[in-house]
Ligand binder design. Structure first.
Ligand code: FES
Length: 247
Protein backbone atom coordinates (compact mmCIF):
# COMPACT_ATOMS: atom_id res chain seq x y z
CA UNK A 1 0.00 0.00 0.00
CA UNK A 2 1.10 3.58 -0.64
CA UNK A 3 0.90 6.30 2.04
CA UNK A 4 -2.52 7.45 0.70
CA UNK A 5 -3.98 3.96 1.05
CA UNK A 6 -3.93 3.16 -2.68
CA UNK A 7 -2.58 -0.27 -3.74
CA UNK A 8 1.03 0.02 -4.88
CA UNK A 9 1.39 0.05 -8.68
CA UNK A 10 3.67 -2.17 -10.73
CA UNK A 11 7.28 -1.45 -11.36
CA UNK A 12 7.63 -1.14 -15.12
CA UNK A 13 10.86 -2.02 -16.85
CA UNK A 14 11.76 0.10 -19.87
CA UNK A 15 14.47 -1.06 -22.25
CA UNK A 16 15.33 1.95 -24.38
CA UNK A 17 17.69 2.24 -27.31
CA UNK A 18 20.25 4.92 -26.53
CA UNK A 19 22.46 6.30 -29.26
CA UNK A 20 23.58 9.78 -30.14
CA UNK A 21 24.96 9.77 -33.71
CA UNK A 22 26.19 13.33 -33.13
CA UNK A 23 28.53 12.17 -30.37
CA UNK A 24 31.80 10.80 -31.66
CA UNK A 25 32.43 7.21 -30.61
CA UNK A 26 28.93 6.67 -29.18
CA UNK A 27 27.56 3.18 -29.81
CA UNK A 28 23.91 1.99 -29.89
CA UNK A 29 22.99 0.17 -26.68
CA UNK A 30 19.88 -0.83 -24.77
CA UNK A 31 19.52 0.81 -21.34
CA UNK A 32 17.14 -0.39 -18.64
CA UNK A 33 15.08 2.00 -16.51
CA UNK A 34 12.55 1.17 -13.81
CA UNK A 35 9.47 3.33 -13.32
CA UNK A 36 6.62 3.03 -10.82
CA UNK A 37 3.42 2.80 -12.82
CA UNK A 38 0.82 5.47 -12.09
CA UNK A 39 -2.90 5.42 -12.98
CA UNK A 40 -3.48 6.47 -16.60
CA UNK A 41 0.23 6.42 -17.36
CA UNK A 42 1.19 6.60 -21.02
CA UNK A 43 4.56 5.78 -22.55
CA UNK A 44 5.05 9.51 -23.01
CA UNK A 45 4.45 10.18 -19.27
CA UNK A 46 6.88 7.40 -18.36
CA UNK A 47 9.52 8.81 -20.74
CA UNK A 48 9.09 12.26 -19.26
CA UNK A 49 9.54 10.78 -15.79
CA UNK A 50 12.73 9.01 -16.89
CA UNK A 51 14.07 12.23 -18.43
CA UNK A 52 13.18 14.37 -15.42
CA UNK A 53 14.26 11.95 -12.69
CA UNK A 54 16.96 9.73 -14.16
CA UNK A 55 18.29 10.58 -17.60
CA UNK A 56 18.20 14.26 -18.63
CA UNK A 57 19.96 13.48 -21.91
CA UNK A 58 17.22 11.11 -23.16
CA UNK A 59 15.95 12.31 -26.54
CA UNK A 60 12.37 11.83 -27.72
CA UNK A 61 9.86 14.11 -29.44
CA UNK A 62 6.45 15.38 -28.48
CA UNK A 63 4.39 18.53 -28.91
CA UNK A 64 0.67 18.01 -28.35
CA UNK A 65 0.52 14.97 -26.02
CA UNK A 66 -2.91 14.30 -27.53
CA UNK A 67 -2.36 12.24 -30.68
CA UNK A 68 -2.57 15.29 -32.94
CA UNK A 69 0.92 16.47 -33.89
CA UNK A 70 2.42 13.09 -34.84
CA UNK A 71 5.77 13.84 -33.16
CA UNK A 72 5.94 10.98 -30.67
CA UNK A 73 5.94 7.99 -33.04
CA UNK A 74 8.30 5.21 -31.94
CA UNK A 75 8.49 1.43 -31.95
CA UNK A 76 6.81 0.19 -28.77
CA UNK A 77 7.37 -3.50 -28.10
CA UNK A 78 8.01 -4.10 -31.78
CA UNK A 79 5.13 -2.04 -33.14
CA UNK A 80 5.16 1.55 -34.43
CA UNK A 81 2.75 3.67 -32.37
CA UNK A 82 2.29 7.03 -30.64
CA UNK A 83 3.90 7.26 -27.19
CA UNK A 84 1.32 9.78 -26.01
CA UNK A 85 -1.63 7.54 -26.88
CA UNK A 86 -0.24 4.24 -25.60
CA UNK A 87 -1.15 3.32 -22.03
CA UNK A 88 1.35 1.28 -20.04
CA UNK A 89 -1.54 -0.99 -18.95
CA UNK A 90 -1.53 -2.32 -22.51
CA UNK A 91 1.51 -4.39 -21.49
CA UNK A 92 0.51 -6.83 -18.72
CA UNK A 93 4.02 -8.26 -18.49
CA UNK A 94 5.28 -4.80 -17.43
CA UNK A 95 8.34 -4.85 -19.68
CA UNK A 96 8.43 -2.31 -22.50
CA UNK A 97 11.06 -1.98 -25.21
CA UNK A 98 11.32 1.33 -27.05
CA UNK A 99 13.19 1.88 -30.31
CA UNK A 100 13.23 4.79 -32.77
CA UNK A 101 11.11 4.50 -35.92
CA UNK A 102 13.10 2.86 -38.70
CA UNK A 103 13.08 4.35 -42.24
CA UNK A 104 13.94 7.83 -40.93
CA UNK A 105 17.21 9.55 -40.09
CA UNK A 106 18.05 9.08 -36.41
CA UNK A 107 18.52 12.33 -34.51
CA UNK A 108 19.23 10.62 -31.19
CA UNK A 109 17.72 7.89 -28.96
CA UNK A 110 14.00 7.83 -29.85
CA UNK A 111 13.99 11.03 -31.90
CA UNK A 112 13.93 10.76 -35.70
CA UNK A 113 13.70 13.21 -38.60
CA UNK A 114 10.34 12.48 -40.23
CA UNK A 115 10.19 16.00 -41.70
CA UNK A 116 12.57 15.37 -44.58
CA UNK A 117 10.64 12.32 -45.78
CA UNK A 118 7.24 13.99 -45.38
CA UNK A 119 8.46 17.03 -47.29
CA UNK A 120 9.75 14.86 -50.13
CA UNK A 121 6.34 13.13 -50.33
CA UNK A 122 4.53 16.50 -50.41
CA UNK A 123 6.82 17.72 -53.20
CA UNK A 124 6.41 14.53 -55.21
CA UNK A 125 2.62 14.57 -54.93
CA UNK A 126 2.60 18.38 -55.24
CA UNK A 127 0.17 18.43 -52.40
CA UNK A 128 -1.53 21.68 -53.15
CA UNK A 129 -4.56 22.54 -55.29
CA UNK A 130 -3.75 22.64 -59.00
CA UNK A 131 -6.13 24.89 -60.91
CA UNK A 132 -6.12 28.11 -62.90
CA UNK A 133 -7.91 29.91 -60.04
CA UNK A 134 -5.32 28.67 -57.53
CA UNK A 135 -2.52 30.09 -59.69
CA UNK A 136 -4.03 33.59 -59.59
CA UNK A 137 -6.56 33.70 -56.76
CA UNK A 138 -8.95 36.64 -56.61
CA UNK A 139 -9.15 37.36 -52.91
CA UNK A 140 -12.32 39.43 -53.34
CA UNK A 141 -14.32 36.51 -54.70
CA UNK A 142 -15.99 34.12 -52.28
CA UNK A 143 -14.76 30.55 -52.54
CA UNK A 144 -17.22 28.20 -54.21
CA UNK A 145 -19.18 26.12 -51.71
CA UNK A 146 -18.48 22.43 -51.47
CA UNK A 147 -21.15 19.86 -50.86
CA UNK A 148 -20.89 18.39 -47.32
CA UNK A 149 -20.35 14.79 -48.46
CA UNK A 150 -17.34 15.80 -50.57
CA UNK A 151 -15.99 17.93 -47.73
CA UNK A 152 -16.37 14.95 -45.36
CA UNK A 153 -14.58 12.63 -47.79
CA UNK A 154 -11.67 15.09 -48.08
CA UNK A 155 -11.56 15.58 -44.32
CA UNK A 156 -11.40 11.82 -43.79
CA UNK A 157 -8.36 11.56 -46.08
CA UNK A 158 -6.75 14.65 -44.55
CA UNK A 159 -6.66 13.26 -41.01
CA UNK A 160 -3.10 11.95 -41.42
CA UNK A 161 -0.82 13.42 -38.74
CA UNK A 162 2.41 12.39 -40.52
CA UNK A 163 3.64 10.41 -37.51
CA UNK A 164 5.55 8.00 -39.76
CA UNK A 165 4.09 4.80 -38.25
CA UNK A 166 2.77 3.55 -41.63
CA UNK A 167 6.11 4.27 -43.29
CA UNK A 168 8.05 2.43 -40.57
CA UNK A 169 5.76 -0.59 -40.85
CA UNK A 170 5.95 -0.74 -44.66
CA UNK A 171 7.78 -3.81 -45.97
CA UNK A 172 7.67 -2.53 -49.55
CA UNK A 173 9.60 0.59 -48.57
CA UNK A 174 12.39 -1.59 -47.18
CA UNK A 175 12.75 -3.12 -50.67
CA UNK A 176 11.98 -0.12 -52.86
CA UNK A 177 13.75 2.97 -51.63
CA UNK A 178 11.67 5.33 -53.76
CA UNK A 179 8.30 3.76 -52.94
CA UNK A 180 5.83 6.55 -52.19
CA UNK A 181 4.24 4.81 -49.22
CA UNK A 182 0.82 5.05 -47.62
CA UNK A 183 1.24 8.68 -46.58
CA UNK A 184 1.70 9.69 -50.21
CA UNK A 185 -1.19 7.57 -51.48
CA UNK A 186 -3.57 9.13 -48.96
CA UNK A 187 -2.46 12.53 -50.16
CA UNK A 188 -3.08 11.57 -53.81
CA UNK A 189 -6.54 10.24 -52.92
CA UNK A 190 -7.25 13.45 -51.03
CA UNK A 191 -6.46 15.69 -54.02
CA UNK A 192 -8.28 13.36 -56.42
CA UNK A 193 -11.39 13.76 -54.27
CA UNK A 194 -11.12 17.55 -54.31
CA UNK A 195 -13.26 19.07 -57.08
CA UNK A 196 -11.11 22.22 -57.00
CA UNK A 197 -8.08 20.26 -58.24
CA UNK A 198 -7.87 19.99 -62.04
CA UNK A 199 -5.39 17.10 -62.26
CA UNK A 200 -6.60 14.22 -64.42
CA UNK A 201 -5.97 10.50 -63.96
CA UNK A 202 -3.37 10.75 -66.74
CA UNK A 203 -1.54 13.40 -64.67
CA UNK A 204 -1.73 11.18 -61.58
CA UNK A 205 -0.43 8.22 -63.58
CA UNK A 206 2.83 10.15 -64.00
CA UNK A 207 3.10 10.36 -60.21
CA UNK A 208 1.93 6.92 -59.02
CA UNK A 209 1.59 4.72 -62.12
CA UNK A 210 4.66 2.51 -61.57
CA UNK A 211 6.31 0.21 -59.03
CA UNK A 212 7.50 3.14 -56.93
CA UNK A 213 3.88 4.17 -56.89
CA UNK A 214 0.65 2.32 -56.40
CA UNK A 215 1.63 -0.80 -58.39
CA UNK A 216 4.56 -1.51 -56.07
CA UNK A 217 2.46 -2.05 -52.93
CA UNK A 218 2.75 -5.69 -51.87
CA UNK A 219 -0.35 -5.46 -49.66
CA UNK A 220 1.54 -6.46 -46.53
CA UNK A 221 -0.95 -4.36 -44.52
CA UNK A 222 1.64 -2.77 -42.21
CA UNK A 223 0.19 0.69 -42.91
CA UNK A 224 -3.34 -0.46 -42.19
CA UNK A 225 -2.33 -2.27 -38.98
CA UNK A 226 -0.30 0.54 -37.42
CA UNK A 227 -2.03 3.79 -38.42
CA UNK A 228 -2.99 5.45 -35.11
CA UNK A 229 -5.75 7.32 -36.93
CA UNK A 230 -7.26 4.19 -38.53
CA UNK A 231 -7.05 5.67 -42.00
CA UNK A 232 -8.37 3.41 -44.77
CA UNK A 233 -4.98 2.90 -46.42
CA UNK A 234 -5.52 -0.41 -48.17
CA UNK A 235 -8.99 0.48 -49.47
CA UNK A 236 -7.61 3.68 -50.93
CA UNK A 237 -4.54 1.98 -52.44
CA UNK A 238 -6.83 -0.56 -54.14
CA UNK A 239 -9.03 2.31 -55.36
CA UNK A 240 -6.03 4.22 -56.77
CA UNK A 241 -4.76 1.09 -58.45
CA UNK A 242 -8.10 0.58 -60.21
CA UNK A 243 -8.11 4.19 -61.39
CA UNK A 244 -4.54 3.95 -62.63
CA UNK A 245 -5.26 0.75 -64.59
CA UNK A 246 -7.87 2.68 -66.54
CA UNK A 247 -5.81 5.89 -66.88
S1 FES B 1 2.85 14.23 -28.82
FE1 FES B 1 1.60 14.83 -30.51
S2 FES B 1 0.93 12.92 -31.33
FE2 FES B 1 1.98 12.36 -29.51
Amino acid sequence: MTTNGQPKGRTLVFNILRFNPQEKGDKPRMVRYEVEEAPGMTIFIALNHIREQMEPSLQFDFVCRAGICGSCGMVINGRPDLACRTLTTKFPEGEITLMPLPAFELIGDLSVNTGEFMRSVAERVESWIHSEEAKAPDLDVLEERMDPDTADAIYELDRCIECGCCISACGTLRMREKFLGARGFMSVARFMADPRDDRTDADWYEVIGDDDGVFGCMTLLGCEDTCPKDLPHQAKIAYLRRRMVKA
